[in-house]
Design a protein around this ligand. Structure first.
Ligand SMILES: Nc1ncnc2c1ncn2[C@@H]1O[C@H](COP(=O)(O)OP(=O)(O)OP(=O)(O)O)[C@@H](O)[C@H]1O
Ligand SMILES: [Mg+2]
Length: 213
């Protein structure tokens, strides 16, 4: 039975799809055990689907991922199928808590909530944390596009600590490499394995692996 990681956050543009794509590619790498990784796009914008199409068009290059983009009543059966077929399922969700997003959270072994160091992102995370708590699913905030240091980083760290919200210690910086690898249908660990961005992604993955072990 696959472990399921759902990336959710009702605010748009916080890095949900980016996180799913780069984590999926890193998890599927031979070095990570060559696991069967499935990505499930539940967002009508379909940006993960487009990333996956670019990836599939590369042919026998990067490890293949299982892909599905069901909606509505098809989502539940699709998750059940992928749970049997894959080792890890990553679910991308739309920037709102709709019925599909609720189901995606309900089935998750881990819910990741990307937040950029800005008040609207942080405030929006509360709704997703509450949903995960209501469904009794473990959830963690993931700092995205975060400066390594400085006032904004201090501010977001303090806000999270004050609220005692669960978070991963590793964070992703604001790095063009994430977008450019995405444009090629790749993950950062494939496109630029020696980059700082790839090191950040691997650190994040190490923490995530412990949580879903
Ligand atoms: N760490 C990062 N460094 C640089 N750019 C990033 C990073 N994370 C995300 N981005 C960029 O920010 C934009 C939004 O990211 P993404 O599409 O992953 O967010 P999202 O939460 O999935 O958005 P939506 O809510 O619309 O689905 C994209 O242009 C993406 O390339
Ligand atoms: Mg998205």
């Amino acid at each position: 039975m696959a472990r399921i990681i759902t990336v959710a956050q009702q605010k748009g543009g916080t890095g949900k799809t980016t996180l799913v794509a780069h984590l999926a590619a890193a998890l599927a790498a031979a070095a990570a055990g060559g696991r069967r990784v499935a990505v499930l796009d539940t967002d009508p914008q379909h940006s993960l689907a487009r990333w996956h199409a670019l990836r599939a068009a590369r042919g026998a290059g990067p490890p293949a991922l299982i892909f599905a983009d069901p909606a509505g009543w098809r989502l539940g059966p699709a998750i059940d199928k992928l749970r049997r077929e894959a080792d890890v399922v990553l679910i991308d969700s739309p920037p709102q808590i709709d019925t599909d997003a609720r189901l995606a959270v309900r089935v998750a072994d881990l819910v990741l909530i990307p937040v950029q160091p800005s008040p609207p992102d942080l405030w929006a995370a509360e709704g997703t944390l509450a949903l995960a708590a209501a469904e009794r699913r473990p959830a963690r905030l993931v700092l995205n596009r975060a400066p390594a240091a400085g006032r904004l980083r201090d501010w977001v760290e303090a806000e999270i600590a004050t609220r005692a919200w669960p978070r991963l210690a590793a964070a992703l910086g604001n790095r063009i490499g994430f977008a450019s690898a995405f444009a090629d249908g790749l993950g950062i660990t494939e496109a630029a394995p020696r980059s700082t961005a790839a090191a950040e992604l691997r650190a994040l993955l190490t923490e995530i692996e412990e949580l879903i072990a």
